[in-house]
Design a protein around this ligand. Structure first.
Ligand code: HEM
Length: 395
């Protein structure tokens, strides 16, 4: 089966994905001539089998000919076991339950200050005022970065997200400039922490060892290149998609205001229904057959998370938004297998405390435009801007 690109307009996506799922096997898609797995079982099979489907695909997609070397291409996200294993072990500790417990008070403080200011404004653009700033300030604090430098992060994050969809000379140059600027900035951060360690994740990781090995500066730069946009971009979309679902389902706002233990259920369903990352790339290492489709070695393969999460074979009434549904956490939005998102607990923590701060202060939320302006790329999924009216709750 051959299909058009995986939905450049958001409104077409559910129907296109449903059509792709209607037949067994993988589907050829442009622009990469890739083999796309639209059914849950196939997408999960691809993500969990690095021996057949290599994450080195990221090295191909992150370094198009017009860009040249990009440290993300050498990050853990683009490595397979056994190379991936010690790196993952080294950085995992910082993201575990103890690390999250340490961060909780700070996430709450930032969430409350941002929500307070946004509600005071009433009519507000929430991406700039809330959904981007919250994850930006938290990842900045985790890495011990200077807040006066944060103003560049939005542009960097947007431009890094353009790599697979950039088409114009201006976009190419914007991405090239961003890679240069981030390299200079993050190399300086590493050097500064080597000279004078602080109480932050960069300093901790510079000291950490696995099997007697420390991270080299090059490995460290690649990790920070991955972490800085990963920590901001996807969580921004989770918060943004949550705000959209709140506007569409006012009864959910009521429910969360009455019972904040409902918030994690709501977040999990936003993750399933509108996943911030719509697909993951892999490279077929050898000729392989999956659900009847022969995939030649060297082919680009896509796990279509946006489609798998709505697979009727796994989720009942998948096109309905039903927080608290059965199999609520079985979505593939944080990946599956060895690359399962390192920041999943952090993203859930930020979304929970961010929404708690917002919903406790409002009795209603209206979109100021009925048309949602979605981000233009096809991998990262969320609203580009969120002009809303927030109706304060009576205290
Ligand atoms: C809602 C928010 C987020 C979503 C939807 C998300 C999604 C994902 C997905 C799908 C993967 C696996 C990609 C693959 O298999 O190819 C991944 C990996 C990763 N994520 Fe996230 N992510 C989110 C938030 C975060 C945050 C907050 C951080 C860090 C601060 C983070 C850091 C990472 C890292 C380091 C990896 C690579 C893990 C590895 O290669 O072993 N993510 N993420």
């Amino acid at each position: 089966m051959t299909c058009s690109p995986p939905g450049l307009t958001m409104s077409d996506r559910p129907a296109l994905f449903a059509k792709m799922r209607s037949e067994p096997g993988l589907c050829r898609v442009e622009p990469f001539g890739a083999y796309a797995a639209a059914r849950y079982e196939d997408a999960a099979a691809i993500l969990k089998d690095p021996r057949c489907f290599s994450s080195e695909a990221l090295a191909v997609t992150a370094e198009p000919a017009w860009l040249g070397p990009n440290p993300v291409a050498q990050s853990m996200l683009s490595m397979d076991p056994p190379r991936h294993t010690p790196l993952r072990a080294l950085v995992t500790r910082a993201f575990g339950p103890a690390g999250m417990a340490r961060l909780e008070a700070q996430v709450r403080k930032v969430s409350e200050a941002l929500a307070e200011a946004a509600v005071r404004q009433g009519e507000v653009e929430l991406v700039d005022a809330f959904t981007f700033v919250l994850p930006r300030d938290i990842i900045g604090a985790m890495l011990g970065l200077d807040p006066s430098t944060f103003s560049e992060f939005k542009r960097w994050s947007t431009n890094m997200g353009l790599i697979s969809s950039a088409r114009t000379p201006e976009q190419y140059e914007a991405v090239r400039a961003t890679v240069r600027e981030m390299k200079d900035y993050l190399s300086e951060v590493i050097q500064a922490r080597r000279r004078q360690p602080g109480e932050d994740m960069v300093s901790d990781l510079l000291q950490a060892e696995v099997e007697g090995q420390k991270l080299t500066d090059e490995q460290f730069l690649s990790f920070l290149f991955l972490l800085l946009p990963a920590g901001m971009e996807t969580t921004t979309q989770l918060l943004g998609n949550s705000v959209l679902m709140l506007a569409r389902h006012p009864e959910q706002l009521e429910r969360m205001r009455a019972d904040k233990t409902h918030i994690p259920r709501f977040i999990e369903e936003v993750l399933r229904y509108e996943p911030p990352t719509q697909l993951s790339f892999r490279l077929a290492v050898q000729d392989v057959e999956l659900s009847g489709t022969k995939v030649p070695a060297g082919s680009l393969v896509l796990g279509l998370v946006g489609s798998a999460n709505r697979d009727e074979r796994v989720f009942e009434q998948p096109e309905r938004f039903l927080p608290g549904r059965d199999k609520a956490t079985q979505h593939l939005s944080f990946g599956y297998g060895v690359h399962f998102c390192l920041g999943a607990q952090l993203a859930r923590l930020e979304a929970r405390l961010g929404l708690e701060a917002l919903v406790s202060r409002i009795s209603g939320l209206r979109l100021r435009s009925p048309e949602v302006q979605w981000l233009s790329g096809f991998t990262i999924h969320g609203p580009e801007a969120l002009p809303v009216e927030l109706i304060p709750a009576r205290s």
